[in-house]
Design a protein around this ligand. Structure first.
Ligand code: HEC
Ligand SMILES: [Cu+2]
Length: 434
């Protein structure tokens, strides 16, 4: 039976649509266009396997099939169901041959792959730049160890700096760890002095950056396809990975492990800057935020921030006392200044996107494309128009902009009670955080 006209139309439409989708010239998640040595080495494994093996086998099987069909063809009137071709059983030489040939192919691919994997696992010795990557529902946190004392502190005061299952003695920062001394959840052990950013991983171009990947809640997966493959972020464990970009640029990524409601809106990007620009960027991130002059709208915004936002967010300006301590909880009292489950906003205005890299922070920059001019990344607040409208919508009702069950401690609370003036002040204050 022939397919109906309708089926045919739908199929044609699907094929046409699929073909058209290849026409976009912007492929931010394209693994065939690596922009760093790690991603390149993965592609270098793929090509010989594709051309040297897959294509050869494909052609042999196709041509062989056609040739056999041609050779054994019969006219319909000559067709006799009892006239079978000669049956071959127990052909010893043949069986040996078609067992050994694939085995040789697999050994070849295997050796090639294992060498590649070793190369991918190679870390910088001694460590140059380590960044801790924390998956959270639904955004990525990046922590830079500023003072070189590791990413963690001795939160329970027992003399062990840290110890979380999954890390041996050569943990982040080279610290010794006792794996029985479990300091968890993460909020209590992260070093409050470190630089913490969200959404955009800023790195120097031309250098390998080692990542320590973990998760604060469920399993996520970190993936910047043009720089390297995927690596899972598992709560309670630390996995190492690394990225390196050949040249300055923006490289987009996406969480690739289903992690709940807003998984599809958990994005990230790596921003590679020239080493000099990176240094400037980092020095700025280390510096405390500016405190606005008293009596200004920005100062009023900071007061509102203290009242409504500080229970989750941190802005380090060397003055405010953050995260009011809870009576009788020694871990909390020992950790005054960390973002709990929310982005550290100390230098919020230096990012080009927010809320899991899905919204543009500046109106001339589209978070969906790679077109961000990294030469102006350091001047974002000066060179581009602030996306005030989106930020206002976010602060007023974040769960409406990005689905999250705040009653389950996911995401940000809505603030329907905010008066127009309070909102104006808050936004004005956030704009000063450059
Ligand atoms: C219940 C905790 C909580 C409170 C209270 C809270 N937030 Fe948030 N906020 C979050 C979380 C969680 C995120 C990350 C959400 C995401 O990206 O999916 C966030 C994200 C943000 C972002 C985007 C940051 C970035 O870099 O992506 C801004 C700006 C922000 N909040 C401002 C505020 C302001 C202003 C207030 C006070 C009016 C506030 N928040 C109160 C939890 C909170
Ligand atoms: Cu995720």
């Amino acid at each position: 039976m022939l397919p109906s006209r309708r089926t045919f139309q739908i199929a044609a439409f699907a094929v046409f649509g699929l073909a058209l989708s290849a026409c976009s010239d912007d492929h931010p998640l394209n693994t065939w266009e690596p922009r760093g040595p790690k991603a390149q080495s993965e592609l270098d494994i793929m090509w010989p396997v594709i051309w040297g093996i897959i294509m050869v086998v494909f052609v042999i099987v196709c041509l062989g099939g056609v040739a056999l069909a041609w050779k054994n063809r019969v006219k319909p009137e000559d067709y006799d169901p009892d006239d079978l071709p000669e049956q071959v059983h127990g052909w010893f030489k043949g069986e040996i041959a078609w067992t050994i040939a694939p085995a040789i192919i697999l050994v070849f691919v295997g050796v090639y792959t294992i060498i590649g994997v070793w190369d991918l696992e190679k870390k910088n010795e001694p460590a140059e730049l380590d960044v801790m990557v924390i998956g959270r529902q639904w955004w990525w946190e990046y922590r830079y160890d500023v003072d070189g004392d590791g990413f963690f502190i001795d939160a329970d005061g027992d003399g062990e700096i840290w110890g979380v299952d999954g890390l041996g003695a050569d943990g982040p920062g080279g610290l010794d760890g006792d794996s029985d001394d479990i300091e968890w959840p993460l909020e209590y052990i992260l070093d409050p002095d470190d630089v913490s950013t969200a959404g955009e991983l800023v790195i120097p171009a031309g250098e390998q950056v080692d990542l320590y990947i973990t998760s604060a809640d469920v399993i996520h997966s970190y993936w910047i396809p043009r720089l390297n493959g995927k690596r899972d972020a598992v709560p309670g464990r630390y996995t190492t990975w690394s990225v390196e970009a050949d040249a300055p640029g923006k490289y987009t990524g996406w969480c690739t492990e289903f992690c709940g409601l807003s998984h599809a809106r958990m994005r990230m990007s790596a921003i590679a800057l020239s080493p000099d620009d990176y240094k400037t960027w980092f020095e700025n991130q280390e510096a405390p935020a500016a405190v606005p002059a008293e009596g200004t709208p920005e100062f009023a915004g900071r007061e509102t921030f203290k009242n409504l936002c500080m229970s989750c967010h941190v802005i380090k300006d060397g003055d405010l006392q953050y995260n009011e301590t809870e009576e009788g909880d020694p871990w909390r009292t020992s950790v005054p200044l960390i973002a709990k489950g929310a982005p550290d906003l100390t230098h919020f205005a230096t990012r080009s996107s927010f809320a899991g890299a899905i919204y543009a922070q500046y109106r001339d920059i589209n978070p969906d494309d790679d077109a961000l001019d990294v030469n102006t990344y350091l001047d974002l607040p000066g060179n581009y128009r602030w996306n005030e409208a989106e930020l206002r919508r976010w602060i007023k009702n974040a769960p409406d902009r990005k689905a999250a069950k705040y009653e389950n401690q996911q995401g940000m609370l809505p603030f329907p009670q905010l008066q127009e003036e309070e909102l104006n002040n808050l936004v004005a204050y956030l704009a000063t955080l450059d």
